[in-house]
Design a protein around this ligand. Sequence first.
Ligand code: CTP
Ligand code: MG
Length: 229
Amino acid sequence: MSKLSVIIPAAGSGKRMGTETPKPFLKVGGKPILQHTIVNFVGLPQVSQIIIAASSENFSEVESICSSFTQKVNYFVIVEGGSERQQSIENAIQKVGDDIDLVAIHDAVRPFIRASLINKACEVAEQVGGAVIGIPSKDTIKQVDEDLIIKLTPDRASLWQAQTPQVFKTELLKKAYSAASNFVGTDDASLVERIGGTVKMIEGGPENIKITYPFDLKVAASILEGNHE
Ligand code: CTP
Ligand code: MG
């Protein structure tokens, strides 16, 4: 079985949420969002380590969340995040063990990812190099100019919304991040695509929301209630 390292970026400031507490540490159903997210990975047999990138101000909270699980020493690794998500991931990549075959990157604020999709993404990444969970675009997407005049309507059938997890062979991911230098991508796959790596889309489900705005907390609470029925 391939050995998997999971990187969880949790170092954002949550500008769109607008709360004092960063999003991963807000509670849903009585537990921090980060804890719900970690639960989905802990105990999967292929996971060797979970690396969490956080701001040093939140290290003690991350430690307390990690200590609620009974994993072996060094299973959890906490690293300082950066000013951009890409920087947070880059810091985390430095801690990926030498024996790790695959790396999964998953937002701390997507607490409802299913194990079956994580497994599927790992299988596909093993085969082709990279895999991304996403959903077909429901809305028509428009490209606009600076005056908001519509310039292009790409065919919706070929448009997907990329989510996480995004899983890559370790070597490919490391190469993509070191080749990025000044390029800033909006996701990890874009860095791999840039160096010619193959990344396949895998259809996920509607529950894999990214908690972004205050409204998403209400959605998250209701998804959680549904899970407990
Ligand atoms: N993230 C990170 N380091 C950063 C920025 C983001 O680790 N410098 C993490 C966030 O904590 C989050 C994930 O990347 O788990 C996805 O980012 P996003 O939802 O955009 O969170 P924020 O950047 O915190 O929110 P906003 O963009 O509204 O400020
Ligand atoms: Mg952000």
